[in-house]
Design a protein around this ligand. Structure first.
Ligand SMILES: Cc1ncc(COP(=O)(O)O)c(C=O)c1O
Ligand SMILES: [Zn+2]
Length: 419
């Protein structure tokens, strides 16, 4: 398996540019990184990965945010809005009730546009600039469109976003709109939107910035690098497990790649690699199905439904990169109900951490796996929360308590509060 933790460092091909190239994960074909626009392998249509002649160790990183990790990225600077360096919150009550040694919440909702997508976009839009393209496009369940609109406008480029009509949370549409994207509402689900954007990209009409784009995943590796650095600082040990919501499985693929590169650099022992644990909503769980069946391929689900609209995805494009990550790290995947997601959203909120529904899936998944005894009580766990509460104000209001009408005078208010 080419994506194994113990893979040898590949030989540098002639088409590398300053020690960086693209390589097909299926057939091993290599390509120059910045000469032509390319998302998949010319020879076999397999997924591409960015490869490097050498990998940095923790000592090589300096600065703050995504670009602290420039030595692990394909370019040394990007179109930036100071993304990354997100908080790793302590949640003592949650930790106690789940019953593990440590739970920390890596809150990606604290990025500039309120989700982890900013980490991928700062790199992806920089590569778009390097390639000289002027129109950017994505399909999106919402957060990608918000990030693309913001980073595209910062980079002075035109942006097109295709959204499943009626299935995107209000905050995200508002962001894409104000940052100046053209919003195209498709009468179909996310997977149909992505099919269309891939067609447009193949026809050269736009540069695709979904997580099928291998450069975006490079930026998202930094989530894993930050978690590892913070755990080492706080506990003098890396986390035993990282639990994350899964849609297209981009983060699962990106974190696994970050770990493989650290192992190759000698900065992380194979035995120290955190168990990658993916969580999906029951109504959109093709990755969980594949992991449970021990399948090498994921079956596309045509009908998907969940309140966690950000992960309402039936055809996870990064599955060929993510499945080996879950297996090789000794992790797993689990499906949770919408009710459990809302409960976890409330639990997080009660400790002051405001997240959107998809994000809370990680905590719901950890709770379920702990109850099933799959997660041990001595584990130190990082849960990824991928987007901010305000992304989906309707879901937050529905999960929270209702406003109470009171009269416009103090005694009346006091009377109401005391009853
Ligand atoms: C809030 C949120 N969580 C999770 C995901 C899924 O991430 P991935 O595609 O990396 O699995 C997305 C994006 O689709 C998202 O917006
Ligand atoms: Zn190939």
């Amino acid at each position: 398996m080419s994506l194994s933790l113990s893979a040898e460092q590949p030989a540098v091909p002639a088409d590398a540019d300053d020690g960086v190239w693209l390589e097909c994960i299926d057939c091993g074909a290599t390509f120059a990184p910045f000469e032509d626009v390319r998302y998949t392998c010319d020879d076999c249509d397999g997924l591409l990965e960015v490869r490097y002649a050498d990998h940095p160790t923790f000592d090589d990183f300096e600065g703050r945010g995504v670009w602290r990790y420039a030595d692990a990225l394909p370019l040394s600077e990007g179109v930036t809005a100071q993304e990354g360096a997100t908080p790793l919150y302590e949640v003592p009550r949650l930790e106690e009730s789940i019953g593990v040694q440590a739970v920390r919440i890596k809150h990606e909702g604290m990025n500039p546009t309120g989700s982890f997508k900013d980490r991928g976009m700062t790199v992806g839009v920089a590569v778009a600039t390097e390639l000289g393209v002027d129109r950017l496009a994505c399909a999106s369940t919402g957060n990608t469109s918000a990030a693309l609109a913001a980073y595209g406008s910062r980079g002075g480029m035109e942006t097109l976003v295709l959204l499943p009509a009626g299935k995107v949370a209000a905050g995200k549409v508002a962001q894409a709109s104000l940052h100046g994207a053209r919003i195209l509402e498709v009468d179909g689900n996310f997977d149909a939107c992505l099919d269309i954007v891939q067609d447009l990209a193949q026809q050269g009409e736009a540069y695709l910035l979904n997580s099928l784009n291998p450069f975006r995943l490079e930026g998202q590796k930094t989530i894993g690098l930050e978690i590892l650095e913070a755990f080492r600082e706080d506990y003098d040990a890396f986390p035993d497990r990282i639990v994350l919501p899964v849609g297209n499985a981009g983060n699962t693929a990106a974190l696994y790649k970050a770990f493989r590169e650290l192992v190759q650099a000698g900065a992380l022992a194979e035995s120290e690699v955190p168990k990658l644990t993916g969580v999906q909503a029951e109504g959109a769980a093709p990755m969980v199905e594949a992991v449970e069946n021990g399948a090498d391929e994921v079956r596309r689900w045509d009908d998907v439904e969940t309140r966690a609209t950000a992960i309402r995805i039936g055809n996870p494009v990064n599955a060929p990169k993510a499945l080996p990550g879950i297996r090789e790290t000794g992790g797993t995947a689990v499906a949770v109900s919408d009710a459990a997601i809302t409960e976890a959203q409330r639990d997080l909120a009660s400790e002051g951490v405001g997240v959107e529904p998809a994000s809370a899936a990680s905590v719901a998944g950890l709770r379920k796996l702990r109850a099933e005894g799959i997660v041990d009580d001595d584990e130190r766990v990082a849960c990824l929360t991928t987007g901010h509460l305000l992304k989906d104000p309707d879901a937050a209001a529905a999960a929270g308590s209702d406003p109470e009408p009171v009269p416009a005078e103090t005694d009346g208010v006091l009377d109401h509060v005391q009853n």
